[in-house]
Write a protein that binds this ligand. Structure first.
Ligand code: SAM
Length: 506
């Protein structure tokens, strides 16, 4: 099997030793390194705890032979072993399960036609593993960590694994939901670019399992595995059943973690920007520079997440063609209703008909996705899903037309400018930013999600009423929008009233 199928990136000795130092191995210890490769961690264990009993598991014979210098190594496939039953330990000392499992996802392996994946039927009923396998795209490293925790949790032990930070969070979220006996956990950040040439956020993840009833699902975040004594910079964890990124910050704003009274929407998706997106010159022009004459009813100003983030939400730089009013609407009558657009789309049919996403399969020809009546609301409060600072913009019509946002944005639609301005100001308030920052994991590919935004309960957000009204009025002036102060007070009052009502009920 080629290297990338096996996640075959051996850990440098210097890093393996720094990771193991964090665990303070005792003189007598049992050390297991599943997927041990050349045995970097077995080697570090041999140096730090020479009397330890060391076991490795590795699928590649040549690697296993090399690792055997540092302990007993079994050649085999981790997916076919029971870690609780299949290993014959010679001592009964404290157990440490350590290493660096492959950082490869099931989707990547499927693309490579790889067979190096656990088989679903093997783990039916194994708590946790079925949950990982149920997901369309799981991380093999996450699977292996879950396997270790799931199979060995009947005994006390310490786990230490290098993994993506997202994997550590997923494992802790599951451990909390399944009430696994976790006594303590921590992550120590590593520079994945430097050590593995990998552009991901990664860490040394430690979990202490004790079989008594004291449990904790709050994970300390340390900035550097080479400086483990430094106090943690934050703690993430599960509070009241929900994952938060900063437990201490969250405590101050947790009352507003609930349900947003408005429905957040994602922007438009079409998977063919070279056809649907047109340069605004300001007349619509194809990306090849040809001016395009299509029926204007189907053309809308387009904003992308970077436009929203950078404050270019008043500029007309792109048009987008939206051939349907809502998802699934028939398109064949466009031939007569909008002949110029139809002939343009037909001229590009090869590209449009070849779009890969299953969302377009068995749908009307030239369909787009992620739109409905809300797409045509004149006012929107929009935020980028990709950037690392939450900035909410009031998006108003451009050129007299409602603005369409692309699928890298989230937004709330409004018919009423004043209400939209107040909501935008409340979302930009320090209290709201505090809530978002305590929930969000900025290292995720898409840090702000619809799910996270839906947790902002404006009715319970303890924002300063007069600050929000002032910010809304100032923004209205800046954007040249109508602002009805009395109505704005009513909107704020409505939030406050609901807040008071909720407070008396609970
Ligand atoms: C990221 S490397 C890490 C090796 C070693 N733990 C280290 O830290 O240097 C992953 C190792 O897992 C091994 N591996 C991949 N799939 C495996 C499987 N199904 N069973 C056992 N080992 C496997 C690969 O051969 C590779 O040596």
């Amino acid at each position: 099997m080629p290297n990338n199928e096996l996640g075959d990136f051996q850990t440098p000795d210097e890093l393996a030793t720094a990771c193991l130092r964090v665990l303070s191995l005792p003189r007598e210890a049992r050390v297991l390194e599943p997927t041990c490769g050349h045995g970097s961690f077995l080697k570090a264990a041999a140096t730090l705890s020479p009397r330890s009993e060391r076991l490795g598991i590795e699928i590649q014979e040549a690697h296993a032979l090399q690792a055997a210098t540092w302990g007993r190594v079994r050649v085999g496939n981790i997916f076919h072993m029971s870690l609780a039953d299949d290993l014959n330990w010679q001592s009964g000392s404290e157990l440490f399960v350590i290493g660096n499992p492959p950082w490869v996802t099931s989707a990547e392996l499927n693309r490579m036609d790889s067979s190096n994946l656990p088989r679903k039927e093997n783990f039916k009923g194994a708590k946790g593993l079925d949950a990982v396998l149920g997901s369309a795209n799981f991380d093999v490293c996450e699977y292996i960590i879950m396997k270790v925790l799931s199979e060995l949790q009947g005994q006390p032990f310490t786990l230490g694994m290098l993994c993506k930070t997202q994997v550590a969070r997923n494992v802790m979220e599951y451990a909390a939901s399944a009430k696994w006996p976790v006594r303590a956990s921590a992550i120590y950040r590593i520079d994945a670019k430097k050590w593995f040439d990998a552009g991901v956020d990664a860490c040394w993840f430690t979990v202490v399992i004790k079989t008594d009833s004291t449990r904790s699902y709050v994970t300390a975040v340390h900035d550097d595995v080479f400086n483990p004594g430094m106090a943690p910079t934050s703690r993430f964890g599960v509070v009241d059943g929900l994952m938060v990124s900063d437990v201490d910050r969250y405590t101050a704003v947790r009352e507003a973690d609930g349900r947003c009274p408005y429905e957040w929407r994602s922007g438009l998706k079409h998977d063919a920007s070279s056809v649907f997106e047109l340069v605004a010159s300001p007349a619509p022009m194809t990306q090849k520079g040809v001016e395009l004459d299509v029926e204007s009813d189907y053309l809308f100003p387009l904003l992308k997440s970077t436009d929203v983030f950078r404050g270019r939400h008043r500029d007309l730089s792109k048009w987008v063609i939206v051939p349907q009013r809502s998802f699934g609407e028939e398109t064949s009558s466009l031939k007569h209703r909008a002949p110029k657009m139809w002939s343009y789309l037909t001229a590009n049919a090869e590209l449009l008909d070849g779009r890969k996403s299953s969302i377009y399969r068995n749908r009307p020809r030239f369909s787009v996705f992620g739109h409905g009546d809300y797409t045509y609301a004149p006012y929107k409060v929009a935020v980028s899903g990709l950037h690392k600072t939450p900035i909410f913009r009031l998006v108003a019509p451009i050129d007299g037309k409602p603005v369409v946002l692309d699928d890298t944005c989230y937004f709330l639609p409004f018919d009423d400018a004043t209400e939209a301005l107040v909501v935008a100001a409340a979302l930009n308030s320090p209290e709201c930013v505090g809530l978002i920052e305590s929930l969000v994991f900025w290292d995720s590919k898409r840090p702000l999600t619809k799910k996270l935004l839906a947790r902002i309960d404006l009715d319970r957000l303890p924002f300063d009423r007069s600050d929000v009204l002032k910010a809304a009025a100032d923004n209205a002036e800046l954007l040249g929008l109508p602002f009805d102060y009395i109505h704005a007070e009513d909107v704020v009052e409505r939030f406050n009233r609901t807040r008071e009502l909720v407070n008396t009920l609970f």
